[in-house]
Design a protein around this ligand. Structure first.
Ligand code: DGT
Ligand code: CA
Ligand code: CA
Ligand code: ZN
Length: 576
């Protein structure tokens, strides 16, 4: 899938908004960029190819911003953005990576006691030097301190979604260099780990110096502190670290294998090579006796020469995949193209951005066989859901269904599991829904026993079909809730309740390890987008990668099942 221009454009507008605020520009202009960024991100069709007039028709985009977008689409740059970037010191921008302070506070800190780099900020916090600033007190200090702690715990790692979009753009640029015969991203990103330390790129070429020169000139590359003949270390305009290696086409497979890792997977493979009298490196599998290269051109050849089946990158963690590959017993991992529908989505009846009609049209465009609309339930009080609204939505859904032959529309809701395990609405009303997701949205810090009872009660409820984002974590913001995973997953498997793999890149919940545990305990899964906008429907790839990392086959994913089988599963009473 090519990187979407809408996402690139939204990111550029978002950055404009931030930089306008930091530099003390017109707050209305910053706000306008921010609103436009959200609208562009949620816009249902590609901006690429739209003319100025069509761009002007995008909600929240006026003539001025339409011109900026046109500039971006035509040249890959926005002049104003480049200028602003140049005018803002790196220290202030690194502050923005901390979730606590917004642009305004970042600017205040920068202009105030000169504490913009994070280490200095930590020092200032500990000496209460921020107390003198207007609007700062113990509460904002505590919030900032917590934000910095979380940032440091995440080790400054990038979310998978952010890294993947950036890497796809860089790989596309590499492939466009005439001297490059092949290119890919490797490392933790190719293994689709939930967070990414840095982006590792690999290119095959017989003219590495030409590739290096082209790379250094990529518009996305801001600086190249180390540029060798076959190796470069660079930083992108968004501050992400990138490693590039250029190798001869004849050893591309061996290099890709090596730089994909994981390190533990590589070490295990090298042990197998040694037992066969060989040496495995990024230059190939070499027979020690006479120095001949046994395999190097493709990864499959190298695995084959080691007596293993090809191991999908998402499994390469040395968690038993090499033994399985040697025994010809690798699992058949679930794939995105096997998904027949989505079972957790929101509309603008609650906190989604798109209308029911727009979401259904998007489901139809994706050729789904079924689509669950699961807006929030009343106990999440800020969403103002009521019985009447739910019933009206159901009626609208039934009407829409008449116009969408081949697409079954499931009326659902995302319920809120209360601390005692109880849910929104009464059982009679719950029985009227086609699909019910139940999630924890409050009281995240219950003790482990109480949390376990809470989740077991929810999965055992006869109306609940799916436990939504089971650990409620938000990567880099909120830790997972604590519960006895074995007890909850066993109860879910027995009760016929699926466990969600939520596909939002900052959730990925269940994660790979818990998913694997649940698989072993006999659970089934729903890989769901939890879309709050049409574009989010395409996040399924992140959840599928997570499911693969958990070794989950399609058979165990309920939204790969044909409609009749899914409906039998959803109607718990039917199953007795
Ligand atoms: P990250 O960047 O922290 O998310 O994780 P990776 O896995 O991308 O690690 P990185 O960028 O340090 O290195 C990329 C790959 O290169 C890694 O997955 C395996 C390979 N590699 C790096 N250092 C070593 C090493 O010392 N030994 C072996 N066998 N492989 C290595
Ligand atoms: Ca890496
Ligand atoms: Ca690296
Ligand atoms: Zn939720």
């Amino acid at each position: 899938m090519p990187p979407s221009t809408n996402d690139v454009a939204a990111a550029a507008l978002e950055e404009l908004a931030e930089l306008v605020s930091i530099t003390g520009g017109d707050p209305y202009r910053a706000r306008a960029y921010e609103k436009a960024a959200r609208a562009v991100a949620a816009y249902p069709s590609e901006l690429q190819g739209l003319d100025a007039k069509a761009l002007d028709r995008v909600p929240s985009v006026g003539a001025r911003i339409a011109a900026k977008l046109q500039e971006l689409l035509a040249t890959g740059h926005i002049g104003e953005l480049d200028e602003l970037r140049a005018s803002v010191p790196a220290g202030v921008r690194s502050l923005l990576a901390v979730p606590g302070p917004g642009p305004k506070h970042a600017r205040q800190l920068h202009e105030g006691p000169g504490v913009s780099p994070v280490p200095q900020l930590v020092d200032a916090l500990s000496h209460e030097r921020l107390r003198g600033l207007r609007g700062w007190g113990p509460t904002s200090e505590a919030r900032l301190a917590a934000a910095i702690r979380q940032l440091q715990e995440a080790g400054g790692r990038l979310q998978l979604g952010v890294a993947l979009e950036l890497a796809e753009q860089l790989v596309a640029m590499l492939r466009a260099v005439p001297e490059v015969s092949d290119a890919a991203y490797a490392g933790s990103l190719r293994r689709m780990c939930e967070t990414i330390g840095d982006i590792d790129l690999l290119a095959a070429s017989t003219a590495p110096d030409a590739v290096m020169a082209a790379f250094a000139r990529f518009p996305l590359v801001a600086e190249v502190p180390a540029l060798g003949t076959t190796k470069a270390m660079a930083r992108t305009t968004s501050g992400v670290h990138v490693d590039l290696r250029v190798v001869a086409p004849g050893v591309y497979g061996a290099a890709l294998l090596y730089f994909t890792g994981s390190k533990a997977h590589n070490i295990h493979l090298r042990r197998i090579a040694q037992r066969k009298g060989c040496k495995l490196s990024e230059y190939g599998l070499e027979r020690i006796e006479d120095g001949t290269i046994v395999a190097a051109r493709t990864e499959a050849e190298v695995y084959g020469a080691l007596g293993c089946a090809f191991v999908p990158p998402t499994l390469r963690e040395d968690r038993g995949e090499i033994e399985a590959a040697a025994a010809g017993a690798l699992p058949e991992l679930v794939r995105t193209d096997q998904l027949r529908g989505d079972l957790h989505t929101h509309t603008n009846l609650t906190d989604g951005l798109a209308s029911l009609e727009e979401m259904v049209a998007a489901a139809r465009a994706r050729h789904y066989a079924y689509f669950g609309v699961t807006d929030h339930a009343p106990l999440l009080s800020m969403q103002r859901m009521t019985r009447d609204k739910a019933l009206a939505q159901r009626a609208a859904l039934r009407r829409l269904e008449k116009d969408t032959p081949g697409l079954r529309l499931l009326h659902g809701s995302e319920l809120n599991i209360q601390p005692d395990g109880s849910l929104d609405w009464d059982d009679a009303f719950l029985a009227g829904f086609d699909v019910l997701v139940a999630s924890v949205h409050s009281a995240f810090s219950l003790d482990e026993d109480a949390m376990t009872r809470r989740l077991v009660a929810a999965v055992e409820h006869p109306a609940v079909n799916i436990l939504g984002h089971p650990t409620a974590r938000s990567i880099g913001h909120r830790p997972p809730i604590r519960f006895d995973a074995e007890a909850v997953f066993t109860a879910a498997a027995r009760a016929g309740t699926a466990l969600e793999i939520n596909c939002f890149p900052d959730r990925l919940d269940l994660n790979d390890e818990l998913g694997r545990l649940a698989l072993d305990l006999g659970a089934v899964f729903a890989v769901s987008s939890d879309a709050h906008a049409i574009r989010h429907l395409d996040n399924l790839r992140y959840g599928i990668a997570t499911a693969q990392r958990a070794w989950i086959p399609a058979e165990r994913v309920i939204n790969t099942w044909p409609l009749d089988r899914l409906e039998r599963f959803l109607d718990k009473r039917d199953r007795g």
